[in-house]
Design a protein around this ligand. Sequence first.
Ligand code: 1PR
Length: 601
Amino acid sequence: MEAAPPSPFTSVSASQLNSNTRSFSSFSSSSSSSSLLFSRNYAIYRNKHSRVKFKSSSTLSLRASSSSSDSVVTLLDYGAGNVRSVRNAIRFLGFDIKDVQTPEDILNANRLIFPGVGAFAAAMDVLNKTGMAEALCTYIEKDRPFLGICLGLQLLFESSEENGPVNGLGLIPGVVGRFNSSNGFRVPHIGWNALQITKDSEILDDVGNRHVYFVHSYRAMPSDDNKEWVSSTCNYGENFIASIRRGNVHAVQFHPEKSGDVGLSVLRRFLYPKSTMLKKPTEGKASKLAKRVIACLDVRANDKGDLVVTKGDQYDVREHTKENEVRNLGKPVELAGQYYKDGADEISFLNITGFRDFPLGDLPMLQVLRLTSENVFVPLTVGGGIRDFTDANGRYYSSLEVASEYFRSGADKISIGSDAVYVAEEYIKTGVKTGKSSLEQISRVYGNQAVVVSIDPRRVYLNSPDDVKFKAIRVTNPGPKGEEYAWYQCTVSGGREGRPIGAYELAKAVEDLGAGEILLNCIDCDGQGKGFDVDLIKLISDAVSIPVIASSGAGVVEHFSEVFMKSTASAALAAGIFHRKEVPIQSVKEHLFNQGIEVRI
Ligand code: 1PR
């Protein structure tokens, strides 16, 4: 396993991140070292607008940079999530990384990137306890080159309502609040959206009306008090702040490290401020949140023990030959790289035998994530086997630890299948949120947007909706005996076992428990190429206010436009047609665009 980066923050283990304490307690005592350049006699006071100000004492000095190299980026990583992609993007652009160990490292940085991850309160807690908050304010007030990403933007504001109110760094007037889902907009805001650039921001010079990737539930709003900071806004039911810029200080709410070429150009502009692009990038047509097209790679070891991308028909992944071998459609890292180049908006890896193997014992899968994230700069989701587990030696691993390892290896989101079914069944039975389930723990530490629930339902036909206690609907295509209704029974263990819960009941329960997105498969349609189960997708996407990914059954480009026109799904996922090169991702995008459906081109 790769060693953690040499930062006292990144040694925070999953158990230390446990929600009960929410303390990032692993910060070393070096924060109180006498060698620190800044003194403890900062006074924090509030001005008459109640804006928190940091008044520096005369003992504070910004030492001339001790770092001789111009190709070093200082990274503030406090270990609360996946900053591997930010690291990879920085390295991809030719820079080395120096991890912040002490506040002094901030003050001495030539350029500082702060990819805030996790929850606002937990981040402020660690910044305050370690003296980083003071150092950050000083650094920014001195107009030193700074780039905050996502939470790294929000923390600059006065306060946040996330589990709060909680005070922020107080450099920019305004309160960070939650998106309002009552106006029909799904929260979290996940996906590729358009920017409205309001002032010259330099780092956004190459964006040119193209989409960038957002994933967040909280946002800062533009106002008269902060207008001198705002460099772009984004619309999602309301105009919120997408980026700020003042002098050398920049921050973006979107994720440049996950925004493909456009995002890399934003980072490049920050890292090489004087550079001019040789080639002017093409102008895009982005105007609003795009529908996403996701490529999915079902991964498992074949009978020789090699990790391969496979694909089933109604979840049967074996060839129907004498040898009965696992269908092999390619190598996971290579295929993911190809789909990134082809324009996939997101890539999902599903470790389809994870339910019976222990994922932390599956080092090749973790390695797949690590290698993929080095060159793929769109979001990566990984699923399979996320649950509490006790190994052969009696060592217990919580689902949070399993998920943390996936995040550390490069995942942006994790997807839970079987365990979410057991958790939802228990929740529906007792009506009690224990706070201990995989869903609750992982979403509390990493945020709802990082937790996808993958549902594997099977259609069960009925003559009447009253024949079952679960939600049943009238189906467009009647069953084999002319049945007009069906309910969608959830399964576990890769479709091997049906459970006493419907997809509708499961979706509502997991939304309640903290899931941020639903990956909605359908065993009947999987691998059939006859189109998505629009009845099912409509049922679920109307039932929840989190984004729903339509999956299973895509065969031609028209199936994608059909699902987006007939349901409110946020994304559509396909596997077989991409693996077999029957339909290129770009053809899907072009078709959707021609049908007037916003996509990232
Ligand atoms: O239960 O938490 O260990 O997670 C296991 C995960 O593996 C679940 O997300 C489950 O959906 C997935 N899985 C398990 N067995 C299979 C199998 O195929 N035998 N794959 C499997 C599910 C379904 C989709 C597929 C779409 C699109 N694959 O992901 O990619 O149906 O396919 P198509 O476009 O070719 O029709 P846990």
